[in-house]
Design a protein around this ligand. Structure first.
Ligand code: SF4
Length: 674
């Protein structure tokens, strides 16, 4: 059976459906821009195929429906909305019925319910989400204050909207509501279950999902998806919460629908949310003829004009948590921020050396007030760190995946594994080489064992210092550690591999610990944060921001990497580039971002790696988001051998540049300190 997923949002702008409603709960002004894609540029891509792979919602949705397969469900997926409305109404006239994708409307409000169950005059509406639920720990309510936990609030709005519309359309029914979520503690009952749900596109770009009929009773023996009643949480958002203009939930939904129908914009209410607004489009990427929603909001609500949009904004104050308060007080620019707004604390990581979070923020304020655009480098702090390093230095980067429906029998939902690494080495005499790499994208095979064996071999030839960038590598080594502990004794080198992980990683909090070894990985990102502040990127520390910035600043790097010194037989040995190449390439006078010199991961899809990473709500998943989707693409979609080979080659080059970028950061520091 193949299911076609229709695009409800494209149907008519006059209905407020649940996705528009959720968008408006974020910020109601967005609704106006969102329904005018020809007029306002939107940075959030609507690539539903890649989103489907990233969020796994369709696969979990299909699995959830399998649990009702023996109740003769009626599936209205893919049926046009008018027809689905009529069919749902006809089916709901029956005594007992199970409907997938039922359509129900009241006034201008519309929903498609994932699963709707009718038993006499009782209706149960189930919304399927691909998040995990831990029965022993999770609650929809905040632990200390009253209110819904921010992690769940969008889901609660979603199902509250559905319950409200159904109650209005069918007032005589007794309605209960559930979220269907993945059970964090459940174990996958069979091998290969996740391979049964395949995702593809038709020639119009609509998503097709297939495989429900291949699911067996054995696959469903232990439920991976559980249903959690949300009536209490819905009651809270409908009865105990007030929205704009002191309206209750239902009144607010009607207000949004009437603005939509009258083509009117809800007035903007500025806040920290504007920092990551999809309608905040920098002038240099604004398409000709398109408007910037952010500009309209800030012109209207804060009186911004011309140059104000170039003045450093408090929205970009590094890692500052009280932006809403500053904006409420009319402080819109970083140079208006006072020391009292940022109470400095000494770094918790380093007592003697390095910048704390508030010290970094004060630096940013000072640079904005001086208009100096200067950078900060703590040479003394960096030198003392460097003095502890042991050569040769090793730089590693992992690519990982965490499928919602597990790869292996006995594994939990979202159990992570690593499928790729890159490794660069750096000798004391300055010799640099791409020392090793690993990539396993075999379909349906857990690569953990071959990955960790290859990594152990790669790093066991000397005692050199190992660098990672941020927490990702440490987190996944912890996952592999747990996986090894759980695995059987048929892995003859199991203890050796466990010892290796313990020698280079530190235990994640909440996991049975070990004493970190003397070769424990050094987090290069933390050193960037502690010892430097780059004002041209507002102090951001992501490697994809830091690399282009240091290439622009460093004459040393420019001179070295504008030469064709990188390749299989060149001065710096590469494992993937046959022809010698330069990494500093100019377009006019500007250095091109090296990441944009790489082959596109997804051919025929015009989407940046940064946009893809926005698909992920979770920071840990976001960190390796692009490679993770590429991996899922190879696992769950139909691809030709040529497409698969292209993706593998692109993945190898991406990961190689990540570890080379780490080398360049260190070279940049060495040059500054020399
Ligand atoms: S800029 Fe701010 S107020 Fe305007 S649409 Fe975006 S989030 Fe809403």
């Amino acid at each position: 059976m193949i299911i076609w997923i229709s695009r409800v949002t494209a149907m008519t702008p006059k209905f407020l459906d649940k996705s528009k409603f959720i968008l408006s709960m974020d910020c109601p002004t967005k609704l106006y821009y969102h329904v005018r894609p020809d007029e306002y540029q939107n940075l959030k891509t609507e690539n539903t195929f890649l989103q489907a792979l990233a969020k796994a919602g369709y696969q979990v949705g299909e699995l959830a429906k399998c649990y009702y397969q023996d109740q003769s469900p009626h599936d209205l997926m893919g049926i046009p909305i008018e027809e689905a409305l009529a069919k749902s109404s006809e089916l709901l006239a029956k005594e007992n019925v199970v409907i997938f994708e039922a359509a129900i409307a009241h006034n201008n409000l519309l929903l498609r319910a994932d699963i709707l169950i009718k038993r006499n005059n009782r209706l149960k509406v189930i919304e399927v989400k691909s998040s995990c639920w831990d029965k022993s720990k999770d609650s929809f309510f905040k632990k200390r204050d009253p209110g819904i936990d921010s992690k769940w609030v969008d889901y609660i709005y979603d199902i509250a909207f559905q319950k409200t519309v159904i109650e209005k359309a069918y007032p005589s029914f007794d309605i209960s509501s559930c979220l269907a979520l993945l059970d964090k503690n459940a174990k996958c009952p069979t091998q290969g279950l996740n391979q049964k749900f395949r995702i593809s596109r038709d020639e119009n770009g609509s998503i097709k999902i297939s495989g429900r009929e291949q699911v067996t009773s054995e696959d469903l023996k232990e439920r991976l998806v559980l249903e959690v009643n949300v009536d209490d949480a819905i009651q809270y958002v409908r009865e105990r919460t007030r929205y704009r203009d002191d309206l209750i939930f239902e009144e607010y939904a009607q207000l949004l629908a009437s603005h939509l129908n009258r083509n009117e914009k809800m007035l903007p209410k500025l806040g920290k949310i504007c920092a990551s607004c999809e309608f905040r489009v920098p002038q240099n990427v604004l398409d000709p003829g398109k408007k910037c929603g952010f500009r309209e909001c800030w012109t209207h609500a804060a009186g911004f004009a011309g140059a104000d949009f170039n003045r450093p904004s408090v929205l970009d104050l590094w890692s500052y948590l009280k932006k809403d308060q500053l904006i409420k007080d009319g402080i819109y620019f970083i140079d208006q921020v006072e020391e009292k707004d940022i109470l400095p604390k000494k770094s918790e990581v380093k007592k003697e050396l390095g910048l704390s979070r508030s010290e970094r923020q004060l630096l940013q304020v000072k640079i904005a007030k001086d208009h100096s655009g200067a950078d900060y480098i703590d040479k003394e702090g960096l030198s003392s760190e460097i003095a502890t390093w042991v050569y040769p230095l090793h730089f590693i980067d992992f690519e990982t995946a965490a499928p919602a429906i597990p790869l292996d029998k006995g594994a939990h939902p979202y159990e992570g594994f690593a499928f790729q690494f890159s490794h660069h080495s750096f000798k004391e005499d300055g010799t640099i080489w791409h020392a090793d790499q690993f990539l396993n994208t075999e379909i349906g095979v857990n690569p953990n064992l071959s990955f960790i064996r290859a990594l152990c071999k790669s790093l066991s030839e000397d005692e050199g210092t190992i660098f990672r960038y941020h927490n990702h590598e440490n987190t996944y080594l912890n996952y592999i550690h747990r996986w090894l502990l759980r695995s059987g004794d048929e892995i003859e080198d199991k203890q050796e591999l466990i010892n290796f992980v313990q020698s280079i990683a530190k235990p994640s909090s909440g996991v049975g610990g070990w004493e970190p070894g003397k070769r424990c990985m050094v987090d290069l990102c933390k050193l960037v944060e502690l010892y430097s502040f780059d004002s041209s990127i507002d102090g951001k520390t992501s490697i994809k921001k830091v690399l282009p910035s240091i290439l622009k600043k460093s004459e040393y790097l420019q001179n070295k990497y504008s030469q064709k010194i990188y390749g299989k037989n060149a001065e710096i040995k590469s494992l993937n580039y046959d022809e010698p190449r330069a990494w500093v390439v100019k377009d006019g006078g500007d250095i091109i971002d090296p990441y944009s010199l790489l082959p596109k991961l997804f051919e025929n899809i015009n989407i940046s790696a940064e946009e893809i990473e926005l698909f992920f709500d979770d920071d840990e998943l976001r960190e390796g988001g692009t490679a993770s989707i590429a991996y899922m693409c190879m696992q769950f979609s139909e691809m030709s051998g040529i497409e698969r080979e292209h993706l593998r080659n692109a993945l190898l080059r991406y990961c190689e540049l990540d570890t080379l970028a780490m080398v360049m950061i260190v070279e940049y520091w060495f040059d500054i300190l020399s």
